[in-house]
Design a protein around this ligand. Structure first.
Ligand SMILES: Cc1ncc(C[n+]2csc(CCOP(=O)(O)OP(=O)(O)O)c2C)c(N)n1
Ligand SMILES: [Mg+2]
Length: 384
């Protein structure tokens, strides 16, 4: 391809601009028009709901900031990836899901777990590796799991969630008739994850078996330090189901309501028509890939530009402008959220560590002896 036409292909920055124009309920338009339509969407929402959205966005923001702090204090070990910059996406997507739906996520999932209804204390306790955590302290940050709210992981392997999510959608087709109250599966993947084999194999099966599943691509513009257009030959990620005749839409991930409407629409098609689809949300990862990544691949100017797009600050400002919140209301909600996060940290810190005697619990179907060493050919289990 000649360099000129290569350049004309969409870039990560261009993707965000396009996203604003491709939201679920708007057509493409000028920046002014887009700002107006986003504001119109907010005007159509009940004030209580908007205040609830702001509170949840701020809860996720403060939770993640405290998680980073706790990591630095060595209260949290292993890997830890934060949702900073993804708060509007999370709130919109989680509000679109019904209680009967199943959620599979990446390792960047703390905010989704909280917005899906898990107590922040149990999430923080899992990050701390304590028995009161969602996975009894065995999973850590990347493996939150809770059957009660149908969060079926938290996967540390890139794309590891895609085949089991597709399998869960297949199971639904055996157990339930299609209809407005039928469950569906939401499978979240990162932008870079659309390049792995499991993505293509799963989408092919979802296509031929007509599975009730929505693949949501959380396009935060980077896979570790690699921009989308350097990793994906088709950087318009919502088109990446076309080989399987799976349609996709792209929405602005900083617009909670656009995210909610896009997923709601896709879920309706999944439940009632058994039609799989893709929703791509475009937002920006505000910090490094994980808490230990200083994100040196970003210039200072870029970092400043991203901070100016902070979805939580933007939502707060917009609600105050619309008269939905006063400065005092917002400050009160912020203080409430801070107290909730303090309580979560305290709960985690005061919770017990798992006992070493239970090292193999929850890992194998049968009890496994904690042998000091085994040589090749030794039986794993004592032979009766
Ligand atoms: C199979 C596999 N390969 C590589 C990794 C290392 N790794 C962790 S996250 C990541 C990038 C994924 O980027 P993306 O899909 O955009 O998700 P994001 O982290 O941006 O949310 C890589 C390569 C891994 N965990 N698993
Ligand atoms: Mg990414």
């Amino acid at each position: 391809m000649p360099a000129a036409s290569r350049k004309s292909r969409s870039t990560a920055r261009g993707a965000a601009d396009q996203a604003a124009g491709a939201s679920a309920t708007t057509g493409a338009g000028s920046t002014d028009q887009l700002a107006t339509t986003a504001a119109d969407r907010l005007r159509g929402e009940p004030a209580d709901r908007l205040r609830g959205y702001y509170r949840m966005m701020q809860l996720i923001r403060r939770f993640e900031e405290r998680a980073a702090e706790m990591y630095q204090r060595a209260k949290i070990g292993g890997y830890c990836h934060l949702n900073l910059g993804e708060e509007a996406t999370i709130v919109g997507l989680m509000d679109a899901m019904a209680p009967q739906d199943y959620l599979f996520t990446t390792y960047r999932e703390h905010g989704y777990a909280i917005a899906r209804g898990i107590d922040p204390g149990r999430v923080m306790a899992e990050l701390f590796g304590r028995t009161t955590g969602t996975s009894k302290g065995w999973g850590g940050s990347m493996h939150l799991f809770d059957t009660e709210v149908r969060l079926l992981g938290g996967y540390g392997i890139v794309g590891g969630q895609i085949p089991p999510a597709t399998g869960a959608a297949l199971a639904i087709t055996y157990r339930e008739a299609p209809g407005p109250d039928s469950p569906a599966v939401v499978c979240l993947v990162g932008d870079a994850t659309t390049n792995i084999g499991a993505w293509h194999e799963s989408l092919n099966l979802a296509g031929i078996w007509h599975l009730p599943i929505v693949y949501v691509i959380i396009n935060n513009q980077l896979g570790m330090g690699t921009p989308v257009e350097k990793a994906s030959a088709e950087p318009d990620l919502y088109k990446r189901g076309c080989a399987y005749r799976i349609p996709g839409v792209r929405v602005d991930g900083n617009d909670a309501i656009a995210c909610r409407e896009a997923l709601r629409d896709a879920l309706r098609k999944a439940r009632e028509d058994r039609a799989p689809s893709i929703v791509e949300t475009v937002s920006y990862r505000l910090r490094g890939h994980s808490v230990v990544d200083p994100a040196r691949y970003r210039s200072k100017e870029e970092a400043q530009r991203l901070l100016a797009l902070d979805p939580v600050a933007a939502f707060r400002k917009r609600l105050i402008e619309l008269g939905v919140l006063t400065e005092e209301d917002a400050a009160r909600l912020d203080a409430e959220v801070d107290a909730e996060v303090d309580a979560a940290v305290e709960f985690a810190d005061n919770s017990p560590h798992p006992s070493p005697a239970e090292l193999f619990a929850h890992a194998y179907a049968q009890p496994v002896p904690n042998m000091p060493r085994a040589l090749p050919g030794d039986p794993l289990l004592p032979v009766e």
